[in-house]
Design a binder for this molecule. Structure first.
Ligand code: FES
Ligand SMILES: [Fe+2]
Length: 341
């Protein structure tokens, strides 16, 4: 999010009316020996109950396949999703098309194939495939939500839905959006479980969070409500109230519900892709940050979004390097039968 702006030069004494417009507060970061350990509250059983609730949500067979911008009008893109090769391209009207990624003729991978007026031509011998499909090749349901691409695949234990369950988002044309993609050696549930443990935030990511308290009264298995300060520096931060919930089994959403950026969301989608050369599962984490503010200054930030975006992505990546390490460690312990809880 656009919350890691330089704030170290803020004058100590600003006029009251100016101060009221600036969300940044002087919240010195405590040293570890002054921080309350969170492990007593982060009960393995409580995290497991939230995870069980999330995993019971029907994902409808829908998987996030990447960013909306990944598939252009002129060429197909092939991806492996849930162990299946899937090809994506655009119909003449720009809508997303998806289908099996192997050509029905001799099995060429349908990647980087030319697309003309919505018809894709296989690179090996020119077989033409249209969004309608034919006897030998049936398209999958696909959806572009304006930020992310989705494909629907038959999945055990899931009942097809017409559309993915999209979390409420702030208006996209008033927001700064950044999408980060990162693979991890784990399963989707490990990614979700990491986020269902918000108690690790201030300890594991002190560069990003402090003063993190889970509001037990407002939280249950389906929802975790957290008061937290986003760090800008060791001295300044932005206190907000945020809520985590899982609209489907492979997605967890953090929404800011009070404070600067209310209505902003961070959507984390975990998509199983395939296995590595040792047979271990690979999960692609696609994180969409949609930062919104009704402050006048934010419009300036939105105009600057091509400049801000690399910074947003850098912060999200740093968090995710750590969070993927957590998810991978959880997976490793589960495989060894040593995971507590
Ligand atoms: S393999 Fe695709 S046309 Fe031959
Ligand atoms: Fe984390």
């Amino acid at each position: 999010m656009s919350l890691r702006l330089r704030a170290t030069d803020l004058p100590a004494r600003l006029p009251e009316q100016v101060r009221a417009r600036i969300p940044i507060q002087r919240v010195p970061q405590p040293l570890q020996n002054r921080m309350t350990p969170s492990w007593r509250a982060a009960k393995p059983r409580r995290i497991a109950a939230s995870l069980a609730f999330s995993q019971a949500q029907n994902s409808g067979g829908w998987y996030v396949a990447g960013r909306s911008g990944d598939v252009g009008p002129a060429e197909s893109v092939a991806r492996t999703i849930a162990g299946r090769e899937v090809v994506f391209w655009r119909d003449a009207d720009g809508s997303l098309v998806a289908g099996p990624g192997a050509c029905p003729h001799l099995g060429a991978l349908l990647d980087s194939c030319p697309v003309l007026e919505g018809t894709m031509y296989c690179r090996w011998h020119g077989l033409a495939l249209t969004p309608r499909g034919d006897r030998t090749w049936s398209p999958y349901a696909a959806f572009d939500d304006g930020v992310l691409l989705w494909v629907r695949l038959a999945t055990e234990g899931e009942t097809f839905t017409d559309r993915p369950t999209l979390p409420a988002r702030p208006p996209l044309d008033g927001s700064v959006t950044a999408v980060m993609v990162e693979p991890g050696t784990c399963q989707p549930e490990d990614v979700i479980a990491n986020r269902l443990d918000p108690w690790h935030g201030a300890w594991f990511h002190p560069y990003a969070f402090s003063h993190l308290v889970v509001d037990d009264e407002a939280s249950d298995e389906s929802r975790l409500v957290v008061d937290v300060t986003f760090r800008l520096s060791r001295t300044f931060g932005v206190p907000v109230r945020a809520e985590f919930h899982c609209p489907d089994a492979r997605t967890i959403v953090m929404r800011i519900i009070d404070g600067e950026g209310t209505a902003s969301v961070v959507e984390t989608h975990a998509t199983p892709t395939g296995v590595d050369d040792r047979g271990r599962p690979i999960t692609m984490v696609t994180e969409a940050t949609i930062a919104y503010s009704d402050r006048p200054g934010f419009q300036v930030a939105r105009w600057l979004s091509p400049v801000l975006r690399p910074g947003i992505i850098r912060t999200a990546k740093k968090l995710w390097v750590d969070d993927l390490a957590y998810a991978e460690r959880r997976y490793e312990l589960r495989m060894r039968g040593e995971y507590p809880g």
